[in-house]
Design a protein around this ligand. Sequence first.
Ligand SMILES: [Zn+2]
Length: 363
Amino acid sequence: MQSISPETIFRGNNAWEKSLPQIIKLTKYPLILGRSIHTNSLRNKIIFDLKNHKLDVNSANLQFDCCFEDISRIKDIILKNNHDSVIAAGGGKVLDSGKYIADFLNIPCITVPLSASTCAGWTALSNIYTKNGQFIKDIALRSCPKILVYDHKFIQTAPPRTLASGIADALAKWYESSITSSKVNDGLVQQAIQISRVLRDQLLIDGEKAFTSQFEKNPSWRNIIEACGLTAGLIGGIGGEKCRTAAAHAFHNAITQIITPNKFLHGEIVGVGLLLQLRLEEMKNNNKLAEQSIKQLLVLMKELNLPTSIAQLGINVFENNNLERIADFTCREESEIHFLPFKIQKQDIVEVIEIFEQQKIKI
Ligand SMILES: [Zn+2]
C-alpha cells in the first residue's frame, strides 16, 4: 500500500479560509498543536476562526522536539479530552509530531505548515528525535494527512532562513534518489526521480530570486515555496520507500548527535550532508560530475546564507571525539548511507569529513 498525497490540498493566498468548510465537516473538537512563540499569533488566528465556526478547540505546544516525551504528553491530552482530530500548525517538528500522534490514535490529521522549510506537511513519515534534537529514527505512517493547508499568507510570515533550509532539503531529493534508485526497475519510481531532477533545476534557477524577495507577488517565491513544501512531498509519495534518502540525510542524522548551543534547521544540516555525499561519491565512486555539482551548489548555498561545513553548524569535528561519533552514527547498521551503490566503511567517513573540514578551514 502506498499513500501518495494528502486527501485534500488547499494552497495559495487565503487557503486557510478556503479550507474551513471542509475542516468543519471533518472535526468538531480538534487539538491545535504548535511549538514556536513566533508563530503563536497565527495559531491564535486559527483558533479564533475555528471557534467562530462553533468548533470546540483546545491547544497544546511541544516543549522540546518531535520526541517521545512530547508525543506521549500530547497523546494523553487528546485521550483525556476526547479530541477528534489534530491540527498541526508549525514547522517540520510540529507537523511530524501531529501526524504521528493522529496516526497512532487513528484520528485525522490536518497539517498547516507555517514555513517552507520542509515537505512534512505532505508526507506519510515522521522523524523522531530525542528531547535534545538528536535523530533517532524515521517512522512510516499509514497515510498522508487528511487535509493539507498551504496558505501563502502564513508562509510569508516565516523567517527567510526557513526558506533557505527548505531549498537545501528539496535539492537533496535529486542527489539522493538518483544515486540510490536509478537502477530500480519501476516506472513510477523512475518518474519520481525525474520530477526530482526538474525540481532541482527549478531550485537552481529560481532559488536565489525567491530568497531575495519573499513576497506573494514574486512568481519565483511562489514557485519555490510550493517546490519545497508540496512537490518535494509528492516525489516522496510517488517514489515511496524506493525513492530513498541516502548519504545527505545519513550525515544529517549523525551530525544531530552532537548537541550544540545553537540549533540548526533540518535543511541547513542536510545541505552540508549533501556536499559531503558528493565529496564521497567523488572519492569512492570516482564520480567526476560530483565535483561540478559541489561547485554549482556552493554558489547557490552561499547566496542563500546556508552553512557549507560542519564547522559552520557550530561543531569542531577535531575536538571531543566529534568526528568519531559522527562517523560511527553515519555507518550504523540501519543507516541510509548503506543505500549507496558502493560500500562505505567508517574510515571512508572519517577521511571525507577530515578533507572537507580542513578545506573549509583554509577558506
Ligand atoms: Zn529532509
